[in-house]
Design a protein around this ligand. Structure first.
Ligand SMILES: Nc1ncnc2c1ncn2[C@@H]1O[C@H](COP(=O)(O)OP(=O)(O)OP(=O)(O)O)[C@@H](O)[C@H]1O
Length: 271
């Protein structure tokens, strides 16, 4: 049985259809990259899976419809890292990461200082893995964009959920931290989690993901093996670019190189 299953999922907002009849499955231990141009519907799809937007169709986690799963249980089984990186309160980094353990607690939040042994272990592991342990006493609203991104990822990892949805987790990161975060997501998958990561960097998508889902205008352009999805035709049709592709140490790198010329509208509408 697949871990996550979407059947004919569609999202309509403000009178527009943002995701169109999309079906796919992800197994335990898989890292799937969700790619596509700005406005393709990637965040909308991720939010629908996270039950943050109304949708049509069915989304099942371990065989159970997510819209029927009680909220607290869902919050343990599904960790969501949003694209929105605003930090609303001047709470410490440690307390922000500790919020990831909230679904395991009864009653109201008491902060990282009063966490159980299991909570403390999850919080510290997540902070060390994302390289933010040294920031633990800092006020979270004083962090740089990249530091904040890693702290928010730590909060999502602290949930220790079997499904991790990460919307552009490397967008604000320097190259080394981008690689570290992708290795971390890979490691989460190796340990049995199912991970969906939204990416704009096609080389990272190619190198680290098991499969890719390429969206354009809310539709699936391609879903499958990295080499199949990242074809020159798909890049031209979905992104309107020409790219330089090559191999290094047996892995594919992709450098967006030129804006495709000519009328793409007819080919795009055919996708
Ligand atoms: N609440 C809403 N009402 C109407 N349209 C919306 C709403 N939210 C998003 N959209 C539109 O839906 C489309 C898809 O948005 P979405 O954020 O899912 O794109 P994306 O693929 O994540 O893009 P990006 O790469 O820019 O983050 C966009 O055209 C966006 O303007």
């Amino acid at each position: 049985m697949s871990r996550l299953e979407l059947v004919d999922v569609a999202v309509q907002l403000g009178g527009r259809t943002l995701v169109r009849e999309l079906s796919f499955q992800i197994g335990a231990g898989e890292l799937v990259g969700l790619i596509g141009p700005n406005g393709a519907g990637k965040s909308t799809l991720i939010k629908a899976i996270a039950q943050l937007l109304p949708y049509r169709g069915t989304i099942r986690l371990d065989g159970e419809s997510l819209d029927r799963t009680p909220a607290r249980e869902r919050a343990r089984r599904l960790a969501y890292l949003s694209q929105d990186d605003r930090v609303q309160w001047p709470i410490s980094v440690a307390d922000l990461v500790a919020l990831g353990r909230h679904p395991y607690r009864g009653g109201w939040w008491r902060g990282a200082g009063r966490a159980s042994e299991a909570d403390r272990h999850a919080i510290e592991s997540a902070m060390r893995a994302t390289d933010v342990w040294s920031l633990r006493a800092r006020a979270s609203d004083t962090l740089s964009g990249g530091e904040r991104a890693r702290v928010r990822l730590a909060r999502a990892l602290a949930v220790e959920a079997p499904l991790l949805l990460a919307d552009e987790p490397v967008a604000a990161l320097d190259p080394r931290h981008q690689l570290e975060v992708m290795e971390l997501l890979r490691a989460q998958a190796h340990q049995g989690a199912s991970v969906i990561v939204v990416l704009h960097d096609l080389t990272l998508a190619s190198r680290f993901c098991d499969r890719l889902l390429l969206l354009h205008q809310g539709r699936t352009v391609a879903l499958g093996a990295v080499e199949t999805v990242l074809s020159a035709d798909h890049l031209r049709l979905a992104y309107g670019i020409g790219a330089v592709m090559g191999k290094h140490q047996g892995q594919t790198y992709i450098v967006p190189w030129s804006c495709a010329t000519g009328d793409l509208s007819s080919t795009r509408s055919a996708i």
